[in-house]
Design a protein around this ligand. Structure first.
Ligand code: COA
Length: 326
């Protein structure tokens, strides 16, 4: 049976570190509040000249270093982002130019924090159908560019970064086992950026009203996230006739340490088997899972034959899980 497997991962975060102590000087907050309520200690902020395709390019280069697959072998580039270089063309096209590729197809997807998992599902479909053999998938975000730096309830949460996965077709008994995508558009207002689209095109007024910044009802989103993620993981495992104890690793989207801990507790998943790096990067939306996955691989925490479950929840609302046999 034809499957898609992740042949290599890579990630990149910008050099500049913004600590909670730095934020104390910008808004009415404390390091203690941020650590206790979110688990975040610091986050990375992109340099002025960097955009999503630049971060994506660095993550892609890191991934290509770990495999024999060359950029020219890639037939499709998918970038998951809500902070692309420009509204159009796709950031995937900018990345394609940087990689010097002429033949590959390229497009972006917008599923907010679930974007990388939506991307894995799309890539899996193309590979299983025999359409493409090698796909480059990236989650790249510069949330610092759409953050209201005067709003303490959101500005402490987000960061910038990118993570990459190179997928290839295999006939081996490994790779993506199942993908599960869900959304509920009736709750879009919980997490969104109102300005800059066709509803509220950019104007002096939209800028004045900070409509080009993230708006989030954090507390409501938090409660729905925990409930939803528990159900999603149980559903994914039940469909594959697997028990929690058979999972070697859970790699969740890094939105809030308390969401990660609460989900793990409800599932009886030992926290040692859960990948956590939110302390270093904050919430990097579509980039958080591929960055965490790349770190888990580099730390030797993901080994051949392991069952690894990725799960995410975010704006849309969207949520998703992907089960992989590594
Ligand atoms: N520093 C200090 N106090 C802060 C603060 C900050 N940075 N941000 C908010 N507060 C205050 C609030 O003003 C509020 O004060 P009040 O009780 O006097 O009104 C109090 O802390 C509690 O606020 P609340 O929003 O209820 O806190 P919370 O425990 O829900 O934590 C989040 C806030 C944003 C950290 C949390 O809700 C969260 O992570 N939400 C979900 C994020 C998510 O999953 N997103 C989807 C994926 S991207």
């Amino acid at each position: 049976m034809l499957r898609a497997r992740i042949a290599a991962t890579g990630s990149y975060v910008p050099e500049r570190v913004l600590t909670n102590f730095d934020l104390e000087k910008m808004v009415d907050t404390t390091d203690e509040w941020i650590r206790e309520r979110t688990g975040i200690r610091e986050r990375r902020i992109a340099a002025e000249k960097e955009a999503a395709s630049d971060l994506a390019y660095e993550a892609a280069k890191a991934a290509f270093k770990k495999t024999d697959i060359k950029p020219k072998d890639i037939e499709l580039i998918i970038v998951a982002t809500v902070t692309g270089d420009m509204p159009f063309p796709a950031t995937a096209c900018h990345l394609q130019q940087k990689l010097g590729l002429k033949k590959a197809a390229a497009f972006d997807i917008n599923a907010a924090c679930s974007g990388f998992l939506y991307g894995l599902s799309i890539a899996n479909g193309f590979i299983k159908s025999g359409t493409y053999k090698r796909i480059l998938l990236i989650g790249s975000e510069l949330l610092s560019r759409i953050t209201d730096w005067e709003d303490r309830s959101t500005c402490v949460l987000f960061g910038d970064g990118a993570g990459a996965a190179i997928l290839e077709a295999t006939n081996e008994d490994r790779g993506i086992i199942s993908t599960h995508l869900r959304s509920d558009g009736s709750m879009w207002e919980l997490l969104h950026m109102p300005g800059g689209g066709s509803r509220n095109p950019a104007s002096k007024d939209t800028v004045k009203k900070k409509m080009h910044c993230i708006k989030m009802k954090g507390n409501e989103t938090f409660k729905i996230a925990v409930r939803t993620l528990e159900g999603l993981v149980r559903e994914t495992l039940a469909e594959n006739k697997l028990k929690i104890s058979q999972l070697s690793m859970l790699i969740p989207h890094q939105a809030n340490l308390r969401i990660i801990q609460a989900t793990a507790e409800r599932l009886d998943m030992p926290i040692e088997k859960v990948m956590v790096n939110i302390d270093k990067y904050g919430n990097t939306s579509a980039a958080s899972i591929p960055i965490a996955l790349d770190e888990a691989v580099r730390q030797g925490r993901v080994r051949d034959g392991d069952y690894v479950l990725l799960e995410a929840f975010g704006g849309g609302l969207t949520w998703a899980s992907v089960l992989i046999k590594w």
